[in-house]
Design a protein around this ligand. Structure first.
Ligand SMILES: Nc1ncnc2c1ncn2[C@@H]1O[C@H](COP(=O)(O)OP(=O)(O)O)[C@@H](O)[C@H]1O
Ligand SMILES: [Mg+2]
Length: 199
């Protein structure tokens, strides 16, 4: 199970969760269960407007519901879109995660929110940061990448800022987004596979 988590809102969780699901199906790794644990139901609305074949959506906006949803899926890949605030639900998701994708952005208060998220992840659970809506070639991006590298955190992806990737458009997923998120998916699966092999 791949959790897409950051205690902060508006960083790219829903976009990452939907694109990871789309990338999994597109690369023949499906079917996918996408669990929407955010009461705002952004993933659910997105997939209602623009369904992705091979991706089943379950809305599970409480800790109890998300726990049940994560156990119920028979799909090969389960991806959970976490809520920003609700700590109980976030913990329920992180407890069962094989890998945690942490979407974030460049600059400002972002590192402290990522740190708060990292601190909730059990030691030994693989995790990687994805920089969302990145302005490639900028100094700020370079500084952010260097910062996380110095902190010893893995960067699983840098997804450029693109109108075509923006959420809730109701449009089909963009190829450029799918390609970027397929790489993130491979990182997260690779890590969980290695972890499973090490056990
Ligand atoms: N790569 C990207 N390029 C452009 N806009 C993006 C990108 N990733 C995310 N966004 C936009 O950022 C905003 C927040 O993203 P969202 O996935 O809803 O975050 P969260 O689920 O963390 O609240 C949305 O408007 C979304 O369209
Ligand atoms: Mg969201």
């Amino acid at each position: 199970m791949i959790a897409v988590t950051n205690v902060k809102g508006g960083v790219g969780k829903t976009t990452s969760a939907v694109y990871l699901a789309g990338a999994a199906v597109r690369s023949g790794r499906g079917p996918v269960l996408l669990v929407d644990a955010d009461p705002q139901a952004s993933s659910a609305e997105w997939l209602e407007e623009a369904p992705v074949s091979g991706v089943r959506l379950m809305e599970a906006p409480t800790a109890r519901m998300v726990t049940r949803a994560m156990e119920a899926g028979s799909e090969r890949i389960v991806i959970v879109d976490s809520p920003p605030g609700d700590e109980k639900t976030v913990r329920a998701v992180l407890e069962r995660a094989d890998a945690v994708v942490i979407p974030t952005r460049v600059g400002g208060p972002e590192p402290s929110r990522v740190r708060a998220t990292l601190d909730m992840i059990a030691p030994g659970t693989r995790r990687g940061i994805v920089i969302c809506a990145a302005r490639t070639g900028t100094r700020d991006l370079d500084d952010t990448l260097r910062y996380w590298d110095d902190e010893g955190e893995a960067i699983w992806g840098v997804v450029p800022e693109r109108v075509a990737i923006a959420a809730a458009s109701g449009a089909p997923l963009s190829i450029v987004g799918l390609v970027h998120y397929e790489n993130v998916l491979i990182e997260s699966l690779e890590r969980s596979r290695k972890r499973a092999a090490a056990r």
